[in-house]
Design a protein around this ligand. Structure first.
Ligand code: PBG
Length: 325
């Protein structure tokens, strides 16, 4: 008489549950983002009000923070730069001595094994906070792509292991690939923010990176949150242009898209658990409304279950201390 399914049989003890566990977050899956500031005070360290636990860091402070995280088992970082001077052409985004370029040199020098990923975009470097060159209020595509390729090349020259364009201009992956190849960087992979939605979940990041647009929004280049099939077209385009890793962003509200990409492509798929997702967890935890550790581990596991190979998350440092090792 086997009338019903006794699912509880395999949930009876921790060891039985571990035996049949399907997905697991591993330390090497996590990429921790950092904000590095160009400043004469190398040890500068300023808390980011809207992202409790995160800091704007001077170059030396970055190095020390990363040293601690590496001791905890961190293997990969993503760098964002905040330059001293911003202008209409985002000159510091592709300056060989720019803030990110210098930070890459410093980190690769001290931690040769660390995977250093750089975010390639202009918004932190333009005086108006938009992701590209403007004509009036229009963001120009093709001239912006040229500058993005220059930025990616300057990151590769500084020693970046992966470049990650986050701008959502059309054709930038192909342009970056060509430029890297022509300059001898055929082995530097591109992690494309292939499916990036125009999301309210980036709010806290724009404080952190000082990159809020002075007018308007990013809806002419980032995707409409209502669209699913369009995500596949974006991902196909980037794969065809030579992307090595495809990213979905934000994370938790877009797990369906993550699953779609992971089912449809044989490239590694990354997910970005963005600033707003992070800050909501921190705020609720600070109020004692949720158990932060369990929420974070459950969230990261959900990304793996939905098909993510890699996870970019501000929780990375904390999570490393919480994962079973
Ligand atoms: C653009 C960029 C953004 C994020 C990563 N790269 C902001 C934007 O598109 O406005 C958001 C990351 C986050 O919210 O954590 N350089």
């Amino acid at each position: 008489m086997n009338e019903f399914f006794r699912g509880r049989r395999l949930r009876r003890t921790p060891a039985l549950r571990a035996l049949i566990r399907e997905n697991e977050v591993r330390p090497q899956d996590l990429i921790m983002p950092y904000f590095v500031v160009e400043t004469d005070d190398a040890s500068f360290k300023k808390p980011i009000a809207s992202m409790p636990g995160q800091f704007q860091l001077g170059p030396k402070a970055l190095e020390e923070t990363v040293a601690k995280a590496v001791d905890q088992g961190l293997m990969s970082v993503l760098l964002f730069g905040i330059p001293k001077v911003k202008d209409e052409k985002a000159s510091q985004a592709y300056a060989d001595e720019g803030v990110v370029q210098e930070a890459v040199r410093r980190l690769k020098d001290r931690f040769p094994e660390l995977v250093v990923v750089t975010d390639v975009c202009l918004c932190e470097y333009t005086s108006h906070g938009h992701c590209g060159l403007l004509r009036g209020e229009e963001i120009l595509n093709d001239p912006t792509v040229e500058l993005l390729a220059k930025a990616a090349l300057s990151h590769a020259r500084a020693g970046a292991d992966i470049v990650a364009p986050s701008d959502m201009m059309d054709g930038r992956v192909a342009a970056i690939r060509d430029t890297l190849d022509e300059n001898g960087f055929t082995d530097i992979p591109i992690m494309s923010y292939a499916v990036k939605y125009a999301s309210a979940f980036y709010g806290p990041f724009r404080d952190a990176a000082e990159s809020a647009p002075a007018f308007g929004d990013r809806k002419t280049h980032q995707m409409d949150p209502a669209n699913r099939r369009e995500a596949l077209r974006e991902a196909e385009a980037d794969a065809a242009e030579g992307a090595d890793i495809l990213m979905v962003k934000p994370g938790l509200p877009y797990l369906d898209i993550l699953r779609d990409l992971s089912d449809s492509f044989d490239l590694p798929v990354a997910v970005y658990n963005v600033s707003g997702e992070y800050s909501m967890v921190k705020a609720a935890a600070a109020n004692g409304w949720i158990d932060e550790k369990r929420i974070v581990l459950e969230t990261l596991t959900a990304f793996k279950r939905a098909g993510a190979d890699l996870i970019l998350t501000y929780h990375a440092e904390d999570a490393l201390g919480w994962l079973d090792k």
